[in-house]
Design a protein. Structure first.
Length: 258
């Protein structure tokens, strides 16, 4: 007899799941039986992601909206009839050359906006829109993808660190409010991943930044989108009903917990 994570009968919205980490999570949730809602800014990416999951036998629909706009988020979640599982994954990790990646003392307030809008307000918008449906149902699972940059700190990414730390704080506050409704709220804090966003760095064998980064990881490879996917599926399942308000590092041993 095997142990399986069962998400049959649950609808799971994964934001920013047209590629990268979100797509890895969406594939795994679908494989566990959830009906997955692929969200992205890009229709093309969302459609391709949904086609791939359908080809693997998963149940999937698309819902393309911008998580930074509360009005459209609320409308989309209402049109879906609510979701049982919300994975807040949409983010801009600040790839190499991203404007605003510089010492904080050299930034302007306008540089902070793109990071705060997606990584903090985007999460707040989705959580706010999803909660009334979850409360009415008496079941909900929220998993927010945050970053070791916000948990531990990373130079030249001050606004991104602030946004991710803010999103992690939202999790803890909301978890306290909604546990009595059967809703859990947790964070997964990622180390450096290999996704389309960072592909340029990893595909260049001479990239010194990539080499220096890997020396800090006990498991000497960047994270793959499949790495946080199994934990997300578990946290999304009824099995994880007594785990809430927590932050779980998935980071190849970049940091050591106590
Ligand atoms: N890549 C890393 O090294 C790394 C490290 C730590 C944390 N993270 C976090 O993991 C998550 C996923 O990162 P990734 O590397 O897969 O990124 P990615 O850029 O490869 O993919 C992100 C997807 O989100 C979508 N998106 C962006 N803004 C959106 C918006 N406003 N509304 C809806 N969709 C939007 C994009 O179109 C894209 O398809 C992000 O929250 C990121 O901050 C990534």
């Amino acid at each position: 007899m095997g142990l399986a994570i069962e998400l049959d009968g649950l609808r799971a919205l994964v934001t920013g799941s047209g590629q990268g980490v979100g797509l890895g999570i969406a594939r795994t949730l679908a494989a566990a039986g959830a009906e997955v809602v692929i969200n992205d800014l890009s229709d093309e990416r969302a459609t391709a992601a949904a086609d791939a999951i359908r080809a693997e036998g998963g149940k999937v629909v698309t819902s393309c909206f911008d998580v930074t706009r509360y009005d459209v988020v609320e409308t989309a979640v209402k049109q879906l009839g609510g979701v049982d599982v919300l994975v807040n994954n949409a983010g801009n990790a600040g790839g190499v050359g991203w404007p605003g990646m510089k010492p904080f003392a050299e930034t302007e307030p306008a540089d902070w906006e793109p990071f705060l809008r997606v990584n903090l307000y985007g999460v707040m918008n989705c959580v706010r829109a999803a909660l009334p449906h979850m409360i009415a149902k008496g079941y909900g699972r929220i998993v927010t993808i945050v970053s070791d940059a916000g948990r531990i700190g990373e130079s030249h990414m001050g606004a991104y660190c602030a946004a991710k730390a803010g999103a992690a704080g939202l999790t803890r506050g909301v978890a306290r409010e909604v546990g009595r409704h059967g809703i859990t709220v947790n964070n997964i804090s990622l180390g450096t991943m290999r996704t389309p966003m960072s592909e340029g760095m990893w595909s260049n064998p001479d990239n010194q930044q990539a080499k220096a980064l890997l020396r800090q990881y006990m498991i000497r490879r960047p994270g793959d989108p499949s790495d946080p996917a199994g934990l997300t599926a578990y946290l999304a399942s009824p099995m994880a009903s007594w785990i809430t308000g927590q932050t779980f590092p998935v980071n190849g041993g970049y940091s050591v917990g106590q």
